[in-house]
Design a protein around this ligand. Structure first.
Ligand SMILES: [Cu+2]
Length: 275
């Protein structure tokens, strides 16, 4: 029991410190879907977060993110990837809230975006960027809102079918039993709820048929908790298919984003990955 209390205390200390001091904790690593083949020494980068004191639930605030290299020097040139200079995935630590933001580059290594968070509690930011001439980087940042958490209207029920607006989303896997470290196809099948016909005419979203973010439920998130996959090309119009593998057994949350008639939809599902 003591160990459990220690972990909980560290966790709240982390949330408290992240909300008290403007600069939060950053971890750094390459995103998982990239495969590196060169043997040259890799430069490392870090993101620093600055948010106002006393963020309140449901009130917009500004998120500033500074990118620095391993010597603490400002990084000022970035390459566009997936149509943006930075992709920011912001989730509540219970993984019930998800937001995909694109902070605007302000120069001098500094990105800015507005955000609104639904409830008090801890949040994690997965910050994806590509310094010019370097590889895509993923930095993980934390922030917290003090106060009493409001109950979420999302749930953590494990289901394979969901109604998102007027679209029925059915999830399937191949192979059917999802195991850690095994290549897995993840298929989202989209039907019009009204008449059960296949959805037609999806538009590309950030250059792809769909984007899939997967995060492993963990007491504290690291870059290893995070997977970002792009939809496979071709196939049926109404099926968005991804191929990935889960690094460890456990409970994961997935968010599939796609563009239906100009509206970006998010279909979220929990998945248990076995040994
Ligand atoms: Cu993005």
């Amino acid at each position: 029991m003591q160990k459990k209390y220690l972990i909980i205390s560290i966790y709240f200390l982390l949330i408290w410190s992240a909300s008290t001091f403007p600069i939060a904790i950053a971890q750094n690593a390459h995103s998982q879907h990239e495969v590196h083949s060169d043997a040259t020494a890799e430069k490392s980068f870090k993101a620093e977060l600055s948010v106002p004191d006393g963020i309140k639930q449901e009130e917009p605030f500004k998120i500033k993110i500074f990118i620095k290299d391993d010597k603490g020097e400002t990084v000022s040139d970035f390459d566009m990837f997936q149509e943006k200079l930075m992709h920011l995935i912001l989730v509540s630590n219970d993984l019930l809230f998800f937001s995909h933001l694109h902070p605007e580059y302000q120069g001098n290594g500094y990105f800015l975006t507005d955000a609104t968070l639904p409830s008090a509690g801890g949040y994690t930011l997965f910050c994806d960027y590509k310094p010019s001439g370097d590889k895509e980087q993923l930095s993980v940042l934390q922030l917290g809102i003090k106060g009493e958490a409001k109950p979420s209207n999302s749930t953590d029920i494990i289901t394979r079918e969901k109604l998102i607006d007027d679209i029925k989303v059915s999830l399937s896997f191949s192979p059917e039993t999802v195991k850690a470290n095994k290549e897995t196809n993840i298929i989202f099948d989209l039907k019009q709820a009204l008449d059960n016909t296949s959805v037609k005419g999806l538009k590309p979203y950030l250059g792809e048929k769909g984007h899939l973010v997967i995060i492993k439920k963990s007491p504290v998130f690291t870059s290893k908790s995070y997977i970002h996959a792009h939809a496979m090309k071709g196939g049926e119009d109404s099926k968005i298919e991804f191929m990935t593998s889960f690094p460890e057994p456990g409970l994961y949350k997935m968010w599939c984003q796609f563009d239906n008639k100009g509206k970006i939809m998010v279909a979220d599902f929990w998945i248990t990955v076995k040994h």
